[in-house]
Design a protein around this ligand. Structure first.
Ligand code: COA
Length: 259
């Protein structure tokens, strides 16, 4: 299927999603959000796809934010609705049962930084820049940025970025724990694909359970530990766990089937 604002390709069960509005630094307008929602739903539903990568078109920007031109004239009700819609899509990405990785190939600002943070992890090119500059517009991030940035880098660092609206470079983002690694731009996609090619050899049900439990790390009470124990119990009775354990004992490579 082809889209107006997004390019997709598939290689080795990895779906690459490229936000394709380079003349607007891949800003997230309503069409992008609607198309991304369809793509993510199809990705989750398609058993032939094991992982996804999200990146921006061109060499300058991952995504330079929500499309500011769509903000003019919005009232309170429309503002809440816009934020909720973005939050729901990004939450769907965060809770996808297979890895979604952000390959941050340039500016990741506002909604771009928020989208990258909704992904399961992030790899950046050396020219990447991160920030939540909404305060410059008299706004705050509306697609989960105040929550995810605070969880990922801590309240003090997050509040400095949120309040000053300044950008950090890729090395600072790495030092803050916002990205897992920084590579030359030409190596970005090969690097992410290489990490995913390792993940894609593992048992799919175990992958889904790891994501589910990790997403509960900040939940109140014992929810995360309870989920971990329940999932451990469910997994240990699966064909793939039996295969993985047997393969270890027999000193051979496990062949997982997703059952
Ligand atoms: N929404 C809509 N359009 C955007 C955009 C956004 N978030 N970010 C960039 N663009 C558009 C610019 O308006 C410009 O369009 P034009 O050529 O039709 O005028 C084009 O993308 C290129 O951007 P430009 O600002 O000329 O590039 P630059 O290299 O001078 O600056 C940035 C790059 C990222 C620093 C700058 O574009 C910027 O500050 N963008 C907004 C970031 C932001 O506030 N994001 C949060 C939104 S909530």
């Amino acid at each position: 299927m082809s889209y107006q604002t997004i390019l997709t390709s598939i290689e080795d069960a990895i779906l690459t999603i490229v936000i394709n509005r380079p003349d607007k630094l891949n800003a997230l307008n309503q069409v992008v959000l609607a198309e991304l929602a369809l793509i993510i739903d199809d990705f989750i539903a398609d058993p032939a796809l094991k992982a996804a990568i999200i990146m921006g078109s061109g060499e300058k920007a991952f995504i330079a934010g929500a499309d500011i031109s769509e903000f003019s004239g919005l009232d309170t009700v429309a503002g809440v609705e816009l934020a909720r819609k973005g939050q729901q899509l990004f939450s769907r990405i965060e809770h996808a049962p297979k890895p979604v990785v952000a390959a941050v190939n340039g500016f990741a600002l506002g909604g771009g930084c928020e989208l990258a943070m909704a992904c399961h992890f992030r790899v950046a090119s050396e020219n990447a820049k991160f920030g939540q500059p909404e305060v410059n517009l008299g706004l705050l991030p509306g697609y989960g940025g105040t929550q995810r940035l605070t969880r990922l880098i801590g309240k003090g660092r997050a509040l400095e970025l949120l309040l000053a609206g300044t950008m950090i470079d890729a090395v600072t983002a790495f030092n803050y724990g916002l990205v897992n690694r920084v590579v030359p731009q030409a190596m970005l996609l090969p690097e992410v694909k290489s990490v995913l090619s390792v993940i894609n050899t593992k048992a799919p049900l175990a992958i889904a359970a790891c994501i589910e439990a990790a997403n509960l790390a900040d939940a109140p009470g014992n929810a995360g530990y309870d989920n971990e124990a329940e999932n451990f119990g469910k997994l240990i009775a699966t064909h793939d766990a039996r295969e993985g354990i047997a393969a270890f004992m027999e000193k051979r490579k496990a062949e997982f089937t997703g059952n």
